[in-house]
Design a protein around this ligand. Structure first.
Ligand code: ATP
Ligand code: MG
Length: 430
C-alpha cells in the first residue's frame, strides 16, 4: 500500500464549509474597502530575496529565521515566498510609477509565508488583508486607518478587539533612544537571556518585545522612546490622538509597542483580543515614511496595516454561528436516455435565468437520486422521467415542505421555480 501525502506542516487546507465562510468574510471586507476609496493591487507571491532584507531589516525575526528563501534551480536567482505584503506593494508602486502625480490608497489580500513554529493562530502559510496609503504625511491618514479598522470590527459584529497605539518617533529619536537603551541593557547584561544578549547591539528594541517573564522587570525599567520624542513627533502623535478622541475611539498608549519590522516610524498600532489566547493580535500597522526611499524611490510618506485573516476568522466564527450554508436552488433528477438529454437542457435554461442548479450525475434509482437531492440542501427537485420527457414536462417537488409535487410544462418551469423561491423568500425560509 502506498502512503498518502500530507500537506506541508503549518500550511492548511480550507475545506468547503470553512471556505464558504471565508468568501462571506472576504465579500464584507471588499465592501468595506470600497467604502473608503481603496483600490486593489495584486503582487506576485515570490519576490527577489534582497527586497525583504532591505525593506524589513536584516536583523528581524522575519528575515533572520522565518523566510522561505531558495535559489531557482533553473537560473540561479535568489527568491523568497513573500512573508508580508508591504515590501511587495511598495516595490510594485515604484516599478510602475504609481506615485507619479497623486497619492495612492491601495489594498491587497492573499497568502503570506513564514517559517514559524505552527500553533493555534500561527501558521506557515497564513493570509492577510493589507492596506497601504502612499504619499500621505498624516496624521489624518493614520487616523483614517485606525477608524476604518474599527468600522470593520463593527461590520463583522466583532466585540472585544481593543486598540493600542504608540509613536516610534523619527530616525534621530530612535537612535538616541537606542544608545540609552543599549547603555541601560549593558548595565543589566548578566540578567539577559541568550537571545537578548545576542540582540543587544543588533536590535535592542526587539528585546523590549521579549515574551520571557524573567526579563519583564528589566524591560519595565528601560528608557522609553516616547520620553525622547521631539516637538514634531509629539505634535504628530497629539494630532492623531485628537482625531481619535473626536471620533469617540477608545485607545491605550502602550509605550512598549514596537513592531517586528524595521521600516516603521511615528505612529504604530495594534488591535488585540483576549479571546484567542497568545496569538491575540488580529491587525497591526503604522507609518513607514522611510521605506519608499529605502527601496529606491523619491521619498514619500506612507502608512498601512495588515490583518491576519485566520485570527479574524476564528473570532468571527464565534460571533456568527448561524451562517447558512450555500444551497443550490434546484437539484435535477432524471432517468432514461431521453430524460437525461432533457435534464441537461432544463438545467442550462434555469441557470440562464439566474438559478443555481445541480444536475444529478452518475445515474441510480429515483429514490437514491432524491436522497442526493435532499442532501444537497436544494429547495426544489426537478424530476424528469420517461413520462415527463415524452410530454416535455417536468415534475417539481418541494424538498423542504410536505406540500405535494406537481407537473408543469417545460416552457413554464422557470416561472414556477421563480414563483416558488420568491414565496419562500417572502416567508423568510431562505
Ligand atoms: P506576531 O507578533 O503575532 O508574530 P507580527 O508582528 O509578526 O505578529 P505582522 O507582520 O505585523 O505580525 O502581521 C500582521 C498580522 O498578520 C498579525 O497581527 C497577525 O494577525 C497576522 N500574522 C502574522 N504572522 C502570522 C502567522 N504566522 N500566522 C497567522 N497569522 C499571522
Ligand atoms: Mg511574527
Amino acid at each position: 500500500m502506498t502512503s498518502t501525502i500530507q500537506a506541508v506542516r503549518g500550511m492548511n487546507d480550507i475545506l468547503p464549509d470553512e471556505a464558504e465562510l471565508w468568501e462571506e468574510f472576504e465579500a464584507a471586507v471588499r465592501d468595506w474597502l470600497r467604502g473608503y476609496g481603496y483600490r486593489p493591487i495584486r503582487m506576485p507571491l515570490v519576490e527577489p530575496t534582497p527586497l525583504f532584507a532591505r525593506a524589513i531589516g536584516a536583523v528581524t525575526d522575519i528575515v533572520e529565521k522565518e523566510m522561505y528563501s531558495f535559489v531557482d534551480a533553473l537560473n540561479g536567482e535568489e527568491l523568497t515566498l513573500r512573508p508580508e505584503g508591504t515590501a511587495s506593494c511598495v516595490r510594485a508602486v515604484l516599478q510602475h510609477n504609481l506615485l507619479y502625480g497623486s497619492p495612492q490608497r491601495l489594498w491587497y489580500a492573499g497568502p503570506m509565508f513564514r517559517h514559524e513554529r505552527p500553533q493555534k493562530g500561527r501558521y506557515r502559510q497564513f493570509h492577510q488583508f493589507g492596506v497601504e496609503a502612499l504619499g500621505f504625511p498624516g496624521p489624518d491618514i493614520d487616523a483614517e486607518h485606525i477608524l476604518m479598522c474599527a468600522r470593520l470590527w463593527d461590520d463583522l459584529g466583532l466585540a472585544d478587539v481593543r486598540l493600542e497605539i504608540n509613536s516610534l518617533g523619527s530616525t534621530e529619536e530612535r537612535l538616541r533612544h537606542r544608545g540609552e537603551l543599549i547603555a541601560y541593557l549593558e548595565r543589566h547584561r548578566d540578567a539577559l537571556d541568550a537571545e537578548a544578549q545576542r540582540r543587544l547591539h543588533a536590535n535592542p528594541l526587539r528585546i523590549l518585545d521579549s515574551k520571557n517573564p524573567q526579563l519583564q522587570d528589566i524591560i519595565d525599567g528601560a528608557p522609553k522612546l516616547i520620553d525622547m520624542l521631539g516637538e514634531a513627533s509629539l505634535k504628530h502623535f497629539d494630532e492623531l490622538q485628537q482625531l481619535l478622541k473626536d471620533a469617540g475611539m477608545p485607545y491605550r498608549i502602550n509605550p512598549r509597542l514596537v513592531r517586528g519590522l524595521d521600516y516603521y516610524n511615528l505612529t504604530v498600532f495594534e488591535w488585540i483580543t483576549d479571546r484567542l489566547g497568545a496569538q491575540g493580535t488580529v491587525c497591526a500597522g503604522g507609518r513607514y515614511d522611510g521605506l519608499v526611499e529605502q527601496l529606491g524611490g523619491k521619498p514619500a510618506p506612507a502608512c498601512g496595516f495588515a490583518m491576519g485573516v485566520e485570527r479574524l476568522m476564528a473570532l468571527w466564527r464565534e460571533a456568527y454561528t448561524d451562517l447558512p450554508r450555500e444551497m443550490p436552488d434546484v437539484y435535477v433528477v432524471h432517468q432514461g436516455v431521453a430524460a437525461q438529454r432533457m435534464a441537461f437542457r432544463v438545467a442550462e435554461e434555469l441557470r440562464g435565468n439566474g438559478f443555481s442548479v445541480v444536475l444529478h450525475c452518475g445515474g441510480g434509482s429515483f429514490k437514491s437520486q432524491l436522497k442526493r437531492a435532499d442532501g444537497s440542501g436544494a429547495l426544489l427537485a426537478a424530476i424528469i422521467g420517461e413520462d415527463e420527457a415524452a410530454a416535455d414536462q417536468v415534475t417539481i417537488k418541494p424538498l423542504r415542505e410536505t406540500i405535494g409535487q406537481h407537473r408543469v410544462a417545460r416552457a413554464d418551469l422557470t416561472d414556477h421555480v421563480g414563483q416558488y423561491l420568491f414565496a419562500e423568500e417572502e416567508d423568510g425560509n431562505v
